[in-house]
Design a protein around this ligand. Structure first.
Ligand code: GAP
Length: 491
């Protein structure tokens, strides 16, 4: 994790929020490369799960919703964590996390020497187990109290109970309260889904592990409505679609590069299920901190639509033409954390290898995820024609992709820099490309494309570049595209 955090800062992926003021607790800013990566993830999610499907539509709802939404959804009553406070140092912990922390101990058997003891273990000198604050090792902990994780604010100029509003703790509720608007305006038939990507806020007691658990984060959630009276392949529709979404989400992560051995499904135990859930399955990823939740896929039944109908007094049903009856749809909810996806894709792509006796750091991003698709590099920055040609190539390719120009180091160094941020292809312009007008030598108008992963190179005419990158960035394998180009050159 430390290696990734340092790479993220050094190469402009993620910065600590308000760093010059000492940072804001567990808030992060995405830098120039991080924002590209994150936007690519959201764009691919939207393309693959919304635009390309006939049964999906999207919305973009406001973050501040009517406060009754949170009463109806259960968040006001249930969205709490048990917390304990240290009476001495005033630090706050999640009651259910305290035993999983290493603890500070002033050991009486060693004249009060201070030790940090691994989580759950007793002191090897005096045999004592933790009873006091794990951090300062001195204070008693209070009894657990329930702490609501929603950020409270006030709408309008007066700070009074009547104007209380909450920053949404999940994007999901906007899909439920807009169910009828979307159904009527788009004339949809079950099953169909509504998706939304946007910010959510939770006043987590113990945020941490970089962008894994923060207080402000981005989610992409889908609420997929099914008719509970329908059967698909002999199974109740909600159960069938739940499994379909689990499989589709797993396939999506694999498609963009997460390795099979780093992904697994985790079924929630009965006592772990949220108050609305009939069944929840998490996709867990082997993060640098260990196996943890990347996303959850829940069967929320008809809980939310019924609750909002009850609290708003509005009917939130679907008219089943075949059976001539109104039904309250069941909901399957794939809920992804975009920041956790960023972390997982970075962790999975990170490789250190040895090349000719030197360490090479590579982010082997899938080309569609890579923040920069192509870097155009002049071999000699003192040669004006080379620099001019390289700028022209960048400008032309940048009409379609994120393409950068860099001449701030020697070519070997420039390649390494691009490897480290995951740029799949570099284009090098050299003397042969432009020729030497003083010596009367014409250039061949060709440039070298270098593949990040194999480091293999192929020389192609400048005017072929858009077509070649169309193939490569559109999913074509380097080996095949390069072999085709070699054949064309030999003809
Ligand atoms: N609507 C259901 C829901 O919000 P969740 O499991 O609480 O379910 C869904 O959240 C996903 O959102 C999680 O799997 C995780 O990826 C992400 N997420 C939740 N809390 C987060 C936090 N504090 N920081 C970053 N991501 C978070």
């Amino acid at each position: 994790m430390d290696t990734l955090v340092s790479l993220c800062k050094r190469r402009g992926f993620v910065f600590q929020s308000s760093e010059i003021y000492g940072g804001t607790g567990s808030c992060y800013d995405y830098g120039p490369l991080g924002v590209e990566l994150k936007q690519n993830i959201k764009r691919l999610l939207w393309r693959d799960f919304v635009q390309s499907r006939a049964d999906m539509v999207g919305i973009d709802a406001s973050i501040l919703m009517h406060p009754t939404v949170w009463k109806a959804s259960g968040h006001l009553d249930h969205f709490t964590d048990p917390m304990v406070d240290c009476r001495e140092c005033k630090l706050r912990f999640r009651a259910d996390h305290v035993d999983a922390l290493p603890w500070t101990h002033y050991c009486p058997a060693t004249k009060g020497n201070k030790f940090t003891i691994p989580a759950g273990e007793p002191c090897s000198h005096c045999g004592a187990r933790r009873t006091l604050c794990p951090d300062c090792g001195k204070g008693q902990l209070t009894a657990p109290r329930q702490f609501n994780l929603m950020f409270k604010t006030f709408m309008g100029p007066v700070e009074e109970d009547a104007s209380v509003a909450y920053l949404r703790p999940e994007t999901a509720q906007a899909m439920f309260v807009n169910f009828d608007n979307v159904l009527q305006s788009m004339r949809l038939k079950l099953p169909f889904g509504i998706a939304q990507a946007g910010r959510s806020f939770r006043n987590e007691i113990t945020p941490g592990n970089f962008i894994f658990r923060t207080r402000e984060f981005e989610q992409m959630e889908i609420e997929y409505f099914v008719n509970p009276r329908d059967a698909v392949e002999g199974r109740p529709a909600d159960e069938y679609w739940h499994d379909r979404w689990i499989a589709d989400c797993m396939a999506w992560f694999r498609r963009y590069g997460l390795r099979e051995e780093n992904l697994k499904l985790r079924e929630h135990d009965r006592d772990e299920l949220s108050h609305y859930s009939k069944r929840t399955v998490d996709i867990d990823y082997r993060f640098p901190i260990g196996w943890s939740e990347l996303m959850g896929i829940a069967n929320r039944t008809d809980f939310d639509l019924k609750q909002h109908s009850k609290f708003s007094g509005k009917s939130l049903t679907y008219f089943d033409e075949e059976r001539k009856e109104h039904v309250v749809p069941y909901v399957i909810e794939p809920a992804m954390g975009v920041d956790r996806a960023v972390l997982a894709f970075m962790a999975d792509a990170y490789v250190e290898e040895e090349v000719r006796g030197e360490k090479r750091v590579v982010l082997r991003f899938h080309p569609e995820l890579a923040p920069v698709k192509v870097a155009v590099l002049p071999l000699l920055k003192k040669r004006e024609e080379i620099v001019r040609a390289a700028h022209a190539i960048r400008a032309d390719l940048a009409k379609q992709w994120r393409v950068v120009y860099d001449d701030t180091a020697a070519i070997g160094r420039l390649y390494r820099r691009q490897d480290e941020v995951g740029t799949p292809y570099c284009v090098t312009v050299d003397v042969q490309t432009v020729g030497d007008s003083e010596k009367g030598e014409a250039g061949d108008g060709k440039v070298t494309i270098r593949d990040r992963d194999s480091m293999a190179q192929v020389r192609v005419p400048i005017d072929a570049l858009p077509g070649v990158f169309h193939d490569l960035l559109g999913g074509g394998a380097w080996a095949q595209v390069a072999a085709r180009l070699e054949r064309q050159i030999q003809k």
